[in-house]
Design a protein around this ligand. Structure first.
Ligand SMILES: [Cu+2]
Length: 421
């Protein structure tokens, strides 16, 4: 029973091998009031509002309140996953997109702030409106949204970006969608295999960190390897307070949405939409009679909502990474494992993922690196290198760990033949 409970709390990983290949999909963008951290809502100053994409089966009779409720439930239960579209090289992709942001009950919201320490002219405190939805000032904040895709072939009107002179060719040539409306993006050909970013480009500085991003996986026509697991980690960090000062003075201020009470701004750093913040976990473990050193203990306070990867000893595992870092390069460091880094031409246990870019690694769970060229164990490696256990993974920028960028790679000892040396 206890184990069952832990499983329910466990962060759900994205395993690309489990996703269907799709060439035509329906995607909505929607606002959801949910807490992306493991921080108790009572510790937040403001209710966080995420902007998320969601895949639906059709737009027929679609209701924003129903989508919002369903998404809220899955998010709160830790089951939320960012949209990942899995497709194949040389094929086309059609995305029907509907903007539901602000459709429904979303009110005009009054938010207190900001306090700008470095701007002498700024008032100490003031109320500002963050308005969207039916009651919002649509002339200033119509909340357009779009899908802008990297790395694949399409024409300028499919770019999802308002820039340059493209609008001279007609209002549809920017690919932006007003609230409650829809359009279809057509990508003629997926030329290059890999993991590509897809994100809003209507107001990306405000929306991408808030969650309006997804991933496009383009599979090669002939895959070189078939790993047992093909995990995807999407890194994102939520808006940095300082980034909003300029916007404040240009009259475009949208407050950052994760505050702690007493105006302490919290920067959540998330993996697949969740941030396993350490401060509240430390408080939880202390409250349970343990210490702050026990903040990462599953047996004490449960798994984090960030992905917990459960694999068998000896499984060939691929990790793919995509970063929506707003200002820095995030990293993936996994304890107990080493892989061949084809970019740096060396063995490594850490990979950097620059903002807007992707990387991938391959290794045997609890075992040695996988060498793509030799496709075999290296002569000096035993089949088991580090063995089973709960191996920590995290971004190696230390404040990011504190702000939530860590999780567990769980290697189960279910392959006794692997243990023999
Ligand atoms: Cu980081």
């Amino acid at each position: 029973m206890y184990l069952l409970l832990l499983n329910l709390l466990m962060g759900t990983p994205i395993d690309i091998t489990q996703l269907p290949i799709q060439n035509e999909v329906y995607i909505v963008a929607i606002d959801v009031k949910v807490n992306p951290t493991n921080m108790p809502s009572a510790m937040l100053w403001d209710d966080p509002i995420l902007l998320l994409y969601r895949q639906v089966s059709t737009f027929e009779n679609i209701r924003a309140d129903v989508v919002r409720e369903e998404l809220t439930q899955s998010y709160q239960s830790g089951m939320y996953q960012p949209v990942v579209l899995r497709t194949r090289q040389t094929e086309s992709l059609t995305i029907h997109f509907m903007n539901l942001i602000g459709e429904g009950e979303a009110p005009v919201r009054i938010v207190q702030g900001p306090v700008c320490k470095s701007c002498p002219d700024a008032p100490e405190t003031k109320a500002y409106t963050f308005s969207y939805g039916p009651q919002a000032d649509q002339s200033q904040f119509p909340f357009l949204a779009s899908i802008h895709t990297h790395g694949i072939k399409y024409t300028i009107d499919q770019d999802g970006t308002r820039a340059g002179n493209n609008m001279l060719n007609g209002p549809d040539h920017d690919g932006l969608v007003p609230p409650g409306q829809q359009r279809t993006y057509f990508y003629e050909q997926l030329d290059f295999a890999g993991v590509w970013p897809m994100h809003d480009h209507a107001l990306p500085a405000h929306t991408v960190g808030r969650g309006l991003h997804m991933a496009l996986v383009v599979e090669p026509v002939r895959p070189k390897v078939n790993p047992a697991h093909d995990f995807l980690l999407i890194y994102s960090d939520y808006p940095d307070y300082d980034q909003y000062i300029d916007d404040f003075y240009s009259g475009q201020f949208i407050p950052p949405f994760i505050h702690m009470q007493n105006s302490n701004v919290m920067h959540a750093h998330a993996i697949n939409g969740y941030a396993a913040m350490l401060a509240p976990r430390m408080r939880m473990s202390v409250n349970m009679g343990a210490t702050r050193f026990d903040a990462m203990r599953t047996d004490l306070i449960g798994d984090p909502k960030t992905p917990v990867f459960e694999v068998n000893l000896g499984d060939l595992v691929r990790f793919r990474f995509l970063s929506y870092g707003s200002s820095v390069t995030h990293s993936f460091h996994l304890h107990g494992h080493v892989w061949w880094d084809s970019e740096t031409e060396k063995y490594s246990d850490l990979v950097n993922i620059p903002a807007g870019d992707s990387r991938e690694i391959l290794f045997y769970a609890g075992g040695p690196p996988y060498h793509l060229r030799s496709n075999m164990f290296l002569p000096d490696d035993k089949p088991v290198r580090s063995g089973p256990g709960d191996w920590l993974y995290h971004c190696h920028i230390i404040p990011h760990v504190k702000h939530g960028m860590w999780g567990v790679f769980r290697v189960l000892d279910q392959r006794p033949e692997m243990v023999q040396e």
